[in-house]
Every structure is written in structure tokens, then in C-alpha cells.
Design a binder for this molecule. Structure first.
Ligand SMILES: [Zn+2]
Length: 194
């Protein structure tokens, strides 16, 4: 897989190209002192690799996955978690003050009577359906155990979204394949355990 990293340095295009050329990278100058380096990255550590190439060539440089020319612009991450879209938007200033929001969240489990994810046997429908509660009756409302499990699961989904958003704001590459695999496993585990 090829990825792009961004190199900020006062060194010339020729010098930067020479430093990474033997490693199979391509360099493009985007602006004065800003270069885009295309690098083959099977391990997900392109940032470190390119930093190393620069150091070896004696070039003082700052290497990042983030294009410094995009600093301050909103950045969207669309993650496919267990077949559902989690869309995160990070907005932020150059001074490091970043914020963000969940544009499109993961699905919650909902009350079968009223359809609300937060309902705790409080809606009229579930109250009525649970009158003379009969465990063998499939037309009954949701059982108490199920309510607790549903609310716990939804709380877990809240937590996963909050962590992913915080990580995205902190500059972690949340659309990295390995990161997404991690979220998938966490959500699957939550679904199995509750
Ligand atoms: Zn309800």
C-alpha cells in the first residue's frame, strides 16, 4: 500500500529527493518548504520511516501524515465498523486547539416497544406489554435483563465513539486499517459479552 507523508524542511527539493529516492519514494513539492512524499508502507509506519531517511541524509525535517497546508481545515474520517458507518469530523486551528464531532454514529439497540435507545421500560407501550408479564409469551415487551443489556451495550457504543473522536482530535490516524480492526474487535466483544 502506498501512502503520503508530508515533509517540512528548508532543504531543497533535490536534497529531499536524493534522501528518499533509494527507498523507492517519490517526492513532490507542494509549497516552499513543504514536500509530499509517496512511500510504500506495508507496516503503517511511513512517518517514522521517512523521518529516518531524512535523519540519515542529515536533513532537519518534520514529517507527518497530515498535510500542513490543510491545517485548520475540517478533516473527515469515514470508518466502516462492523458494517456500519462511523463518520468523524475533526475541526481545528493551527495552534493545536482541536475539536470535532460525530457526523454519523454507530447504531444503538432500541426499545422494541417505542424504538428509543434510552428507554428503560418507561414508555407507555412497554408498560402495557409487560402487564402480567409472561416469559413464554413472545409478544411480550422487552424483559428486564434485555433492557439492562441493551443500555450497557449502548453505553459501550457511546464510549467507543468518544474514544475514536478523541483519538482523531489528538491526531491519531483513526482511518488506519489496524485501528479500525481494533474498533471492530472491541464492538464485537461488547456485542458478545452483554
Ligand atoms: Zn420503550
Amino acid at each position: 500500500m502506498h501512502v503520503h507523508v508530508y515533509v517540512e524542511t528548508s532543504s531543497k527539493l533535490k536534497t529531499v529527493t536524493k534522501a528518499v529516492h533509494d527507498h523507492g519514494c517519490e517526492v513532490k513539492q507542494l509549497a516552499p518548504k513543504v514536500y509530499e512524499v509517496k512511500v510504500h508502507d506495508p507496516n503503517g509506519d511511513a512517518e517514522d520511516e521517512v523521518t529516518e531517511y531524512m535523519n540519515e541524509a542529515g536533513i532537519t525535517a518534520f514529517v507527518s501524515y497530515e498535510n500542513p497546508l490543510d491545517a485548520g481545515k475540517p478533516k473527515a474520517f469515514d470508518l466502516l465498523i462492523c458494517g456500519n458507518l462511523l463518520s468523524i469530523v475533526v475541526t481545528g486551528g493551527k495552534n493545536g486547539s482541536k475539536g470535532g464531532n460525530i457526523e454519523s454514529g454507530l447504531p444503538r439497540e432500541t426499545c422494541p416497544s417505542c424504538g428509543s435507545p434510552d428507554c428503560c421500560h418507561s414508555c407507555d407501550q412497554s408498560q402495557m406489554e409487560n402487564v402480567g408479564d409472561d416469559d413464554d409469551n413472545p409478544c411480550d415487551g422487552e424483559e428486564n435483563d434485555d433492557v439492562a443489556g441493551r443500555l450497557a451495550y449502548n453505553g459501550f457504543v457511546d464510549a467507543i465513539e468518544s474514544i475514536a473522536l478523541a483519538h482523531a482530535c489528538a491526531g491519531i490516524k483513526v482511518d488506519d486499517r489496524k485501528y479500525i480492526e481494533g474498533l471492530n474487535s472491541a464492538l464485537e466483544a461488547a456485542g458478545n459479552n452483554l
